[in-house]
Design a binder for this molecule. Structure first.
Ligand SMILES: [Zn+2]
Length: 129
């Protein structure tokens, strides 16, 4: 798995998302994201939905990276970040059309987990039946 996909999802416990510090702005997600969300609900089995698609707050940044203080590789440069407790996903512009990054961050929110344990992470590579 490419290291960039291993961005940890920071939680609101230790860090709170600061759009100004992150130079991020909110954006209306591409319509494809609703389908990606649904695909990940099906694949992961997290159908109890701790969070619904409408609850997600999307942010984008023109920076190459989203800085993640937990990220142990690449100097904290992440291809995307999820703030699980705040239902926030932040994407650099370069990741907005990268379905695997979008899936990855969605799985953080669906699972409510910041870690990368569990078979459901394989859903990043899911192919619709
Ligand atoms: Zn992650």
């Amino acid at each position: 798995m490419p290291a960039l996909l291993l961005a940890l999802g920071a939680t609101g416990c230790e860090y709170s998302f600061d759009p100004i510090a992150a130079e991020a702005t909110s954006f209306y997600p591409p319509s494809e994201y609703a389908q990606i969300w649904q695909d990940m609900v099906i694949c992961t089995g997290f159908d109890f939905t701790r969070v619904s698609y409408q609850d997600v707050k999307w942010y984008r940044t023109s920076d190459e990276c989203v800085y993640n203080p937990d990220h142990r590789t690449n100097d904290g440069c992440a291809a995307g970040l999820a703030w699980v407790e705040d239902n926030i996903i932040v994407l650099p512009d370069r990741s907005i059309n990268d379905v695997m990054v979008v899936r990855h961050e969605i799985i953080h929110l669906l699972s409510g987990q910041r870690h990368h344990l569990g078979n459901y992470w394989d859903c990043v590579y899911w192919e619709a039946p």
